[in-house]
Design a protein around this ligand. Structure first.
Ligand SMILES: NC(=O)c1ccc[n+]([C@@H]2O[C@H](COP(=O)([O-])OP(=O)(O)OC[C@H]3O[C@@H](n4cnc5c(N)ncnc54)[C@H](OP(=O)(O)O)[C@@H]3O)[C@@H](O)[C@H]2O)c1
Length: 255
């Protein structure tokens, strides 16, 4: 039996990579899924895949650094489907400059706005109905960079991914007794479009050592599907083989 029948999920960054795979996984468990990202065409492709498998999807284009737009996708989900059970804060990304020597304040702040403030705003928008119902799950994709950041990911990205994990810890410590649960996932390298932004774009051999988006999506599904009494608080998931990233770090320090 599907474990999310009758439930509703909202997945950000659902047009590509881990977000797309997570949306498809949650829809496969019976959830109606709102798909959010900036590029409508990619969201429509994810929606088509979900509907083709018999699922329900709503594709909403929004730039989540616009906080009114972020609140709007939660409101639209609740008006369209009547509820929101599972929020997946997946959209994110790094700065142009990765180096602690050269990162600019504006670039640093922009990474924070997307990776930390947007998940907070989305969570705040989802909370009133979740609290009224006494149940709700917030799943956030942080990064291994939150705990061990190298120039390959960049100083702004590592700081933001650590900060958003702390926001989720606050959510648990403040609201878990009211039925809310926040799950933070810290992935290592996964073969997704985010890799194209690196100074040294990984080749096929490097990508073959990495996780696939579906591997991280399997953790998202687990966090959402376990009964509400059970909180998967933090998951560290990374490739079994650890590749040598010294050339990646050298290239990134030039940015
Ligand atoms: N792949 C990895 O190795 C890895 C490792 C650790 C953590 N992560 C994290 O996993 C999450 C998913 O990344 P991914 O690897 O799947 O890469 P990805 O395919 O590049 O996904 C990033 C998604 O975020 C969306 N996005 C970016 N800026 C946005 C904005 N302003 N408003 C709305 N949506 C926005 C993008 O869609 P649009 O461009 O269409 O808006 C895209 O779908 C990210 O938080 C990333 O930091 C990835």
């Amino acid at each position: 039996m599907k474990q999310l029948n009758g439930q509703v999920a909202l997945v950000t960054g659902a047009g590509t990579g881990i977000g797309r795979a997570s949306a498809i996984a949650l829809a496969g468990e019976g959830a109606a899924v709102t798909l959010v990202g900036r590029r409508q065409g990619l969201l429509d492709e994810t929606a088509t895949a979900i509907r083709g498998a018999g699922g329900t999807a709503l594709a909403l284009s929004a730039d989540l650094t616009d906080h009114d737009a972020a609140r709007g996708v939660v409101a639209r989900t609740e008006s369209e489907f009547g509820r929101l059970d599972v929020l997946v804060n997946n959209a994110g990304g790094p700065s142009r400059s990765r180096s602690v020597r050269t990162i600019g304040a504006e670039d640093f702040a922009a990474v924070h706005r997307l990776n930390v403030t947007a998940p907070l705003i989305l969570t705040q928008a989802a909370l009133p109905a979740m609290l009224a119902r006494g149940t709700g799950t917030v799943i956030t994709i942080s990064s291994y960079a939150a705990v061990n950041c190298t120039p390959m990911s960049g100083v702004a990205y590592g700081a933001a991914k650590a900060a958003v994990a702390s926001v989720m810890q606050s959510l648990n410590n403040e609201l878990r007794d009211q039925g809310l649960r926040a799950c933070t996932i810290y992935p290592g390298e996964a073969d997704t479009p985010i890799l194209e932004s690196r100074a040294l774009v990984p080749d096929a051999e490097a990508r073959a050592t990495m996780m696939q988006p579906e591997d991280v999506a399997a953790i998202v599904r687990l966090c959402a599907c376990l009964p509400g009494r059970t909180l998967v608080e933090e998951v560290y998931v990374r490739p079994t083989r650890l590749r040598d990233i010294s050339a990646d770090i050298t290239a990134a320090t030039q940015t």
